[in-house]
Design a protein. Structure first.
Length: 142
């Protein structure tokens, strides 16, 4: 199983430069672990693309349908208190935005705070760097 940040999941839902690479990683290992609020981050990204004219109504509708399918298959980290505590620690060590600190904290909780090379899927460079420093392997998605 791999931990997937929302930035790596969006290309599975809509055509992007990284879509093929992300899909290939998912085919190799279909186990997806996510932070409990990942769905909200993804919907935000999809709606932003729609407002910017990058997605038409049909593509947006299809992306939301695909998201519902993914949600049924993934495992969510829902331990809010644990994630908040780890996110505070992560923010003191790494230069991350708050949402990214929650993603990394959830990944740490998912792997018992000892990732030992577990895969962390992200397209965000600063989050990838922080995840690697915490012991995750970040496969190249670009």
């Amino acid at each position: 199983m791999r931990f997937w940040d929302s930035s790596a999941l969006v290309p599975l839902l809509v055509p992007e430069e990284e879509s093929r690479r992300c899909a290939a990683f998912l085919r190799k290992d279909p186990g997806i672990i996510v932070w409990a609020l990942t769905t909200i981050e993804i919907i935000s990204a999809l709606l932003r693309k729609s407002r910017e004219g990058a997605l038409d109504r049909g593509t947006l509708s299809e992306a939301r349908r695909r998201l519902k399918s993914l949600e049924k298959a993934w495992t969510e980290i829902i331990q809010l208190d644990l994630v908040k505590d780890r996110a505070e620690r992560v923010l003191t060590i790494h230069s991350l935005r708050s949402a990214d600190s929650l993603q990394l904290a959830a990944a740490l909780i998912a792997f018992g705070e000892a990732p030992h090379g577990a895969a962390f899927m992200t397209l965000d460079e600063s989050l990838a760097e922080a995840a690697e420093k915490e012991g995750f392997t970040v496969p190249p998605l670009k």
